[in-house]
Ligand binder design. Structure first.
Ligand SMILES: *Cc1c(COP(=O)(O)O)cnc(C)c1O
Length: 354
């Protein structure tokens, strides 16, 4: 029986995507060949790559605006250094909102001067810093729009008059933003788009070519742009599944439509966290993530009761990250509203029993 999957990543994808992906593994496009045994230069795969790139730009509203979508390898973690390699000449500004932001900072420090414009480390990253300023002479500002581990989300699109770079690994395609305010957007596929193995990088081309260092080919965005994301063998399966998910999202009505559903799911869960005296939310109310809800028990001695209740309810992946503890319910695009209803029922049952 299909579980209610609240896993933070790799995570749930639409069931019809799993179905189509499994068919393509056996016989792709009726070719008598598997998707993963044909050449990536075959027109059947080139079409997949083109579709995936076009869908990504279309959904983000970035078609014909000077952007290019790339499907690279190495995870979002490789982008931490890739960003700096391609954009950091002298100094860059970073907003430190959690573990991933801290890791991005650590890598970029290898390439130049880093200015941490603000940090929420003082409160174990349970909020998004406000009211900070950014020096006008930095090469770019880097932000993490959704903090997967701590359950906070940046709800605005910053405009400091410097190039803006965002790690959107865990909230891309989940909510509307003015994506044209961003110069580089990157996201590991495995949070909201596909299986692990590819990373979407959306680059505004005119932000490139400004660093003086020599960039190794595999790390050079321009090389990948010039080769249409086919400089070397792309992760064909991960790109294909991402394409299927993006097509699913487009058919559903795009980001605008999914944002409404995501809001409904988040409201349902947060209302219960706030109402039920046995739970307390981790993240500051105004900065709560609609993707990853973090919460704790008010009395840890009741943990066994709650754990057995949600497991009995066929729920998977609810344990919080070790740096926060408690629980984390990840409500990515493909998670049905019904799964959140089942979780809320388990929380209400817990209130009766504990
Ligand atoms: C998961 C995650 C990463 C790391 O992604 P990998 O693809 O495993 O390198 C980076 N940033 C954020 C916000 C994440 O959620």
């Amino acid at each position: 029986m299909k579980k209610h999957n609240f896993s933070a990543g790799p995570c749930i994808l639409p069931q019809e995507v799993f179905q189509k992906a499994s068919e393509a593994i056996i016989d792709f496009n009726g070719l008598g060949l598997s998707l993963i045994e044909i050449s990536h230069r075959d027109k059947n795969f080139i079409e997949v790559m083109d579709n995936a790139q076009n869908l990504a730009l279309e959904l983000l509203g970035l078609e014909n605006k000077g952007y290019k979508a790339l499907f690279l390898q190495g995870g979002a973690s490789t982008q931490f250094l890739n960003i700096a390699y391609n954009l950091l000449n002298e100094k860059a500004a970073y907003l430190n909102t959690g573990t991933w932001a801290s890791k991005a900072i650590k890598e970029a420090k290898l390439f130049g001067e880093l200015i941490e414009v603000a940090s929420s480390k003082d409160q174990n990253f349970n909020y998004i810093p406000k009211g900070f300023s950014v020096p006008s002479d930095v090469d770019y500002l880097h932000v993490t729009t959704n903090n997967t581990i701590f359950g906070t989300q940046i709800k605005q699109d910053y405009d400091f008059g410097v190039p803006l770079v965002a790690d959107m690994s865990s909230d891309i395609f989940s909510c509307q933003r003015d994506f044209s305010k961003y110069d580089v957007i990157y996201a590991g596929a495995q949070k909201n788009m596909g299986p692990a193995g590819t990373t979407l990088v959306v680059v505004k081309e005119d932000v490139l070519g400004k660093v003086e260092r020599v960039i190794p080919s595999m790390l050079d965005y321009q090389v990948h742009i010039d080769k249409d994301s086919m400089f070397n063998t792309p992760p064909v399966f991960a790109v294909y599944v991402s394409m299927l998910t993006l097509q699913w999202l487009k058919d559903l009505g795009g980001i605008q439509a999914i944002e409404k559903i995501n809001q409904e799911k988040a409201d349902l869960l947060y209302d219960e966290i706030d109402r039920n005296p046995l739970f307390k939310g981790f993240a500051a109310t105004e900065d709560r993530s609609n993707m990853n809800a973090t919460f704790n028990l008010t009395d840890d001695t009741t943990k066994d009761i709650f754990d057995s209740l949600w497991k009995e309810a066929n729920i998977n992946g609810l344990n919080g990250h070790r740096s926060v503890g408690g629980y984390r319910a990840s409500m990515y695009n493909a998670l049905p509203l019904n799964s959140v209803e089942v979780l809320v029922q388990a929380m209400q049952e817990f209130e009766k029993r504990a």
